[in-house]
Every structure is written in structure tokens, then in C-alpha cells.
Design a protein around this ligand. Structure first.
Ligand code: FAD
Ligand code: NAD
Length: 509
């Protein structure tokens, strides 16, 4: 399976390099890290064997290049010679060979559609497919499969009108329960992009506006009737003849996973220490962006490192743990908070750590398969977190304690190496004192001799000791997040203890 990095994380030798979501990860040889690959691509070496020429590739020609020592793969109509890349692929050569001599688009999308292969493999580009590629380019075809015969009825539509100084784009979503998390709007350089999430589908309005507009954009959502208004302020009070030129994916309604990731540049406004190696990054969204990252979802950060675009996922948190759960924590919507551990030899986190206040970084639309509905009727919630695997638990904890009326207990079992590694320890302890539904248990794998609390790593006995439902027929969910082996072992132990698949949610990429 084509699993091009940036996921060179964890790096060679790391204990995490075992498997991810059932996919085998193989140890890379020394000198085969992502950084080594970037260096090779910059060396001027002819990586395609075509001396810089780009060719048109027929399906027959593609099929001939199906061996390790001569391996071409097509992704979204472009053909790459991946032979030089084989030893650098975190998923191993065999995974890459599954797509040898064929169109690997679907395999690639199944694994890491967010990986920026165009940048990563640009020196391996052989050329374009001469005939129509097997898989159509993303976002181009309004794909209506999976919605059944009623698709026409479900497809949102849009309209627009103007006053002397404003333009209003109205989207009729045909969804009753619209909310701010389902509407993503960006307006940059006269380009308006409004995306509406409808289940696992996405509707897009994307136009090159007829005239310039001011920076701030307002979004009104009529939740009950599913009407979304995007209000733009005209820069000049002229009459617009049309909204603008439709862009490639304008007015399409397709599967979310078929929509390319969209990025906007966010400004770093503060960076504060959480522990000795973890920082809270506060990023400011552009005024023209409307984006609320849902509970349990992550975003991708993108940064150019040594000429290559590297992308890594991070899970937004809250600025702090709210202690008063009478009302939902009101988020200003203008900032994204990321709690990020800086690894001394980490490619991306070192680059992040070097960002100065005022610098910009690209942030994607949210992704993730967690649904709030999994929590809405819960009685017992258990959160098993290891290290920065705590990040998805922050919003989840807040949501559960604030909005789940039948909730009896929330228990966080937090695994760390040492006391100094525990994130927001004070806040968690305060919360446990304040709210009797909440309990926290710290478990250290490398404690000092002064530690009187629990020690060890995730195990069946630790889980049977701490994961105990409050009543016999309690509705329970156990969420788990941390290094891949931690998550995989945890899921297995929980299943062995009799918990069903529906009662377990593992956060993965
Ligand atoms: P790499 O260059 O890939 O290498 C990591 C280096 O750091 C290695 O050399 C190793 O020495 C060291 N290292 C890495 N992991 C470990 C480890 N567990 N123990 C010891 N040493 C290690 N990270 C966050 O900090 N906050 C988040 O909110 C967050 N959210 C994520 C959400 C998802 C869905 C996923 C899949 C991952 C998330 N991560 C998060 C991890 C993040 O995406 C990166 O993998 C991480 O920041 C490391 O990137 P890097 O390029 O610096 O490290
Ligand atoms: P860490 O190395 O500091 O380890 C924290 C604890 O995890 C350890 O004390 C131990 O109890 C446990 N652990 C570590 N390795 C283990 C192993 N091989 N087997 C069993 N238990 C193990 O952790 P970290 O550096 O903070 O890493 C956090 C991890 O969480 C990263 O891999 C990151 O990618 C992942 N993460 C995932 C998401 C997501 O949504 N999928 C979000 C945030 C973080």
C-alpha cells in the first residue's frame, strides 16, 4: 500500500515503529529517514532514469514497471518511479509493491490521503498517463454513490443576493441540525470557498468572486431550517453582475474523503510551556475563515522543510480545562490551540519549535472518525491516554461533563513516563476535586523512587483494576489514544476483558 511519509514518525529505532491501524511498519535502515530522502531528492541525482524528461505513459507501459528494481506507480493520473524511494518508505517495500505497475490512487487514499506525495515524490515524476487514469482526480466528479435514490433531494443548493455594500451567499443544506462545526468558510484573494459537511459527504461553493471584498466574513446558521448565510462586505460599492467564476469543484456534492485537503495560513500568536518538552501553540485563524474543529477530530499542519512540504496531524485542545461545567465552554472561534511535544530529533516538531511569534503555518480542514453521538447517551466514560495521546481527551472531557446529562462517571487513566511528563496535572487534579463525576489516575512507566502512585505500562490487570462500570447495565465508552503499540495493546486487552467493538474508540490517524 502506498504510504508515502511525512509519517517517518516515529523515526527509525523508536519503539513505536511496530504497526499502525493494523498496517505493518517496518524498521528503516540507518540513513533512510525522511530527512535523508529529502537530501537525496536535492542531490541532483536522476531519480527517474529519464534524464529530466517527462513522458506520456500508457497503461501497457505502466504495467511493465512492476518489479522492485523497476517500479512505477500512478497516483491521480501522474506516474512516479518509486524504485529509489523503496527503502525510505515507512510502510516497507512490500506495501509499496502492492501498487507496482498499476494505479495506486485508491490504495494511497485508504492509507494516507493527506500525505503530500506531489512534493515528496516530485523528483520521481515520470510523466502523465496518456489515457484517462483509472481513478478520477479528486473533487472533480460529483460523486453521488452511497446516498441512494434520494440523492437529488439531499444535494444542497445555493443562491446569492446583494445590497449596496454586501453580498450574501445562501446555502440551503437540506439538513435540520446544521451547526457551526459543519460549515467551513474561507475567503482569500477574491476566492470564496464554503464547504458544508453533510454526514460523510461535502458540498462546496467555490468561486473566484466578481469583485474584491473586505477581510472579515460573517456566517449565520439557521440551525433548524439548515440555511447557511455567508455575508461578505463589498470593497467598492459597485453592482455585481454575477457572483463570480465557478472554480473546478464548485457546486459539487461528493464524499468527504474525495475532497482534497484545504489549507489556510494561520498566525502563531503565542507559545507557552506546558511541561519541559511540550508547548501550547495558539494559532490565529484569518478573519475571513470560519472553522470550528469538532471534538475528537484533528487537523494537519503543513510546512516546507528543506524544500519539501511536510504534513503532520495534531489534535486541537482548549486553552485550559474549564472547571465550571454549567455552560458549554464558549470558544471564540478565532483561535486554534495545539499541545505539541517537541522531540529533540523530530523533523516537524523541531521546525515548529523554531517558529517565531507572528510567523505563519498552514492548517487544514478537520478530519477524524469520532462522532459526538458516541457520547451523547453515555453513563460511564473511560479515557485511556498516553503522553500527548491526552490531546483528543481534552475536548471530549469538556463535552461529556457539560452536555451529557445522563453521565455518571468519567475516568481518565493517564500513562506517562515520569511525573514531569504529566500534561496539565494541576488542572486535572483541580477538576477531580471540583466535579465528583470526574476521577484521574496517573500511571508512570519510568517513575523516580519517590513516586508513590501506580506504576507500569498498559496491561490487562491495570485495566481490570481501573476500568469498572458504575452499574451492571451502564452504557459505556472507552476511548484510547497514545503511541500505536499502546493503543493496539489497550484495544486487545479491553476486548479480552469482554468489551465490545462499539464500546471502544481508538484514536488513530
Ligand atoms: P519524527 O521526525 O517523525 O520522529 C520522531 C522523533 O522523536 C524520533 O527520532 C524519536 O526519537 C522521537 N520520538 C517520537 N515519538 C516518540 C515517543 N513516543 N517516545 C520517544 N521518542 C519519540 N503530537 C502532539 O504532540 N500533539 C498532538 O496533538 C498530536 N496529535 C496527533 C493526532 C494524530 C491523529 C496523530 C496520528 C498523531 C498526532 N501527534 C500529535 C503526533 C504528530 O503527528 C507527530 O507524529 C509528532 O509531532 C512527531 O513529529 P516529528 O516530525 O517531530 O517526529
Ligand atoms: P511517551 O513516549 O512519552 O509515552 C507515554 C506512555 O505511553 C509511556 O509512559 C507508556 O506508558 C506508554 N507507551 C509508550 N510506548 C509504549 C509501548 N511501546 N507499549 C506500551 N505502552 C507504551 O509518549 P509520547 O511521546 O507523548 O507519544 C504520544 C503518542 O500519541 C504519539 O505516538 C502520537 O502520535 C500519539 N497521538 C495520537 C493522536 C491521535 O489522535 N491518533 C493524538 C495525539 C497523540
Amino acid at each position: 500500500m502506498l504510504n508515502v511519509p511525512p509519517q517517518a514518525f516515529p523515526a527509525p529505532g523508536s519503539q513505536q515503529r511496530v504497526s499502525a491501524g493494523g498496517r505493518a511498519k517496518v524498521p528503516l535502515k540507518p540513513g533512510r529517514s525522511l530527512m535523508d530522502w529529502i537530501r537525496l531528492t536535492k542531490s541532483g541525482k536522476d531519480l527517474t532514469g529519464l534524464k529530466g524528461r517527462l513522458i506520456e505513459v500508457t497503461e501497457d507501459e505502466l504495467a511493465k514497471h512492476n518489479k522492485k528494481e523497476d517500479c512505477w506507480i500512478c497516483i491521480r493520473g501522474f506516474v512516479y518511479n518509486v524504485t529509489p524511494y523503496m527503502e525510505y518508505h515507512p510502510g516497507g517495500e512490500d506495501e509499496l509493491m502492492k501498487a507496482a505497475g498499476t494505479d495506486g490512487t485508491d490504495l494511497f487514499d485508504q492509507v494516507h490521503r493527506w500525505v503530500n506525495y506531489e512534493s515528496m515524490l516530485k523528483e520521481c515524476l515520470v510523466g502523465r498517463m496518456a489515457v484517462k487514469p483509472i481513478a478520477a482526480p479528486k473533487g472533480m466528479v460529483p460523486e453521488k454513490k452511497g446516498l441512494g435514490a434520494s440523492v437529488k433531494d439531499l444535494t444542497p443548493s445555493y443562491d446569492w443576493f446583494q445590497t449596496e455594500n454586501s453580498i450574501t451567499v445562501v446555502i440551503y443544506t437540506k439538513q435540520k441540525d446544521m451547526n457551526a462545526e459543519l460549515v467551513i468558510v474561507d475567503c482569500q484573494d477574491k476566492r470564496l470557498r464554503g464547504e458544508i459537511i453533510v454526514g460523510d459527504h461535502s458540498y462546496l461553493v467555490e468561486v473566484d468572486l466578481d469583485h474584491a471584498v473586505q477581510e472579515d466574513v460573517a456566517v449565520n446558521i439557521a440551525e433548524k431550517v439548515g440555511k447557511v448565510e455567508i455575508i461578505l462586505k463589498k470593497k467598492d460599492n459597485v453592482h455585481w453582475k454575477m457572483l463570480g467564476q465557478p472554480l473546478e469543484s464548485h457546486n459539487t456534492f461528493i464524499k468527504r474523503t474525495d475532497r482534497g485537503l484545504f489549507y489556510r495560513k494561520c498566525k502563531l500568536v503565542s507559545k507557552t510551556e506546558v511541561t519541559h518538552d511540550t508547548k501550547l501553540f495558539r494559532l490565529m485563524l484569518p478573519k475571513s475563515t470560519h472553522l470550528h474543529v469538532p471534538t475528537g477530530q484533528h487537523v494537519y499542519l503543513k510546512k516546507n522543510i528543506a524544500g519539501t512540504e511536510v504534513v503532520k496531524p495534531y489534535t486541537p485542545v482548549l486553552p485550559f480545562l474549564p472547571l465550571d461545567f454549567k455552560e458549554p465552554f464558549s470558544h471564540d472561534g478565532a483561535h486554534i490551540y495545539l499541545m505539541i511535544k517537541i522531540y529533540s530529533c523530530g523533523l516537524f516538531t523541531q521546525a515548529l519549535d523554531h517558529l517565531q511569534i507572528g510567523d505563519y503555518i498552514s492548517v487544514s480542514n478537520p478530519e477524524g472518525n469520532f462522532k459526538k453521538s458516541q457520547v451523547q447517551t453515555l453513563e460511564d466514560l473511560f479515557l485511556l491516554a498516553a503522553g500527548t495521546g491526552f490531546t483528543p481527551m481534552v475536548k471530549l472531557l469538556n463535552f461529556a461533563l457539560t452536555e451529557v446529562s445522563c453521565l455518571r462517571t468519567v475516568k481518565l487513566i493517564f500513562f506517562n513516563k515520569t511525573e514531569d511528563d504529566i500534561l496539565w496535572r494541576n488542572q486535572l487534579e483541580q477538576l477531580a476535586l471540583k466535579d465528583e463525576r470526574f476521577e484521574v489516575q496517573f500511571i508512570l512507566s519510568q517513575p523516580t523512587k519517590d513516586w508513590v502512585g501506580k506504576q507500569g505500562k498498559i496491561s490487562s490487570s491495570l485495566l481490570s483494576e481501573f476500568v469498572k462500570i458504575s452499574r451492571k447495565d451502564s452504557k459505556v465508552l472507552i476511548c484510547i489514544c497514545g503511541p500505536t503499540p499502546f493503543t493496539e495493546q489497550g484495544v486487545q486487552y479491553l476486548k479480552d476483558l469482554g468489551y465490545s467493538q462499539e464500546e471502544i474508540h481508538a484514536f488513530t490517524a
